[in-house]
Design a protein around this ligand. Sequence first.
Ligand code: KIV
Length: 272
Amino acid sequence: MSVAKKDYKKVTTNTLAEMKQNGEKISMLTAYDYTLAKIIDGAGIDVILVGDSASNVMAGHETTLPITLDQMIYHASSVVRGINRALVVVDMPFGSYQGNSLEALSSAIKIMKESGGHSVKLEGGSEIIESIERILTAGIPVMGHLGLTPQSIYKFGTYTVRAKEEVEAEKLLADAKLLEEAGCFAIVLEKVPAQLAQKVAESINIPVIGIGAGAGVDGQVLVLHDMLGMTHEFNPRFLRRYLNLADDITGAVQNYVTDVKSKDFPNKKEQY
Ligand code: KIV
């Protein structure tokens, strides 16, 4: 069932706060282009994340580090043109906010002005709190991101589950509280033990949206191309595939190639 033009109410950061209060789970997916953003918005998704995973999924890089601010703005503006209802969150790319808070603010303003997105997401806790606070002073809604933070992959060394040890778990909980106090409207929690994620969600009043963080949080996010089965190389335990599009596309293209070569396509009705 798609959301008809008239019966939608735009999702805002207040909507997400109300959803948490009412115990209604928040659905979030990534998108990087107009066409897929339009489809998932029409299908009723609450939040669309223009993730820096575009660096992997759209550009084929090994990590999220290479994607630039201008490339993120290109993807985000394409998504914004496709949506009516969803809240659009735009990832601030690596290098656009870690330097100092003034640089962070100017990157966030550029994203908001040039993409039309509704909010930004930054990875990290206490290390980047000044940047988060300064962006918030400009009236720009901020989503935090804790746990596995892919922009720090060369510091971690692997993409394995984070915060399994007590010291890291305590820091994560403290960071979540810090982000709430600073004024973030939500937090993404990536690849942490389900018990810890639930504790975080129960300890703060803003929504916690998990990816590989179990069912005890306030919402779930997946990378669209992964859940549609367009990517096959990536097989984490938390990923549920709802389609096998890579196989469907392969089959469709093979049929097209066969039809062209056999001169079956185009037929008389498919020409002028
Ligand atoms: O960039 C991204 O897709 C993300 C999600 C994994 C949360 O940050």
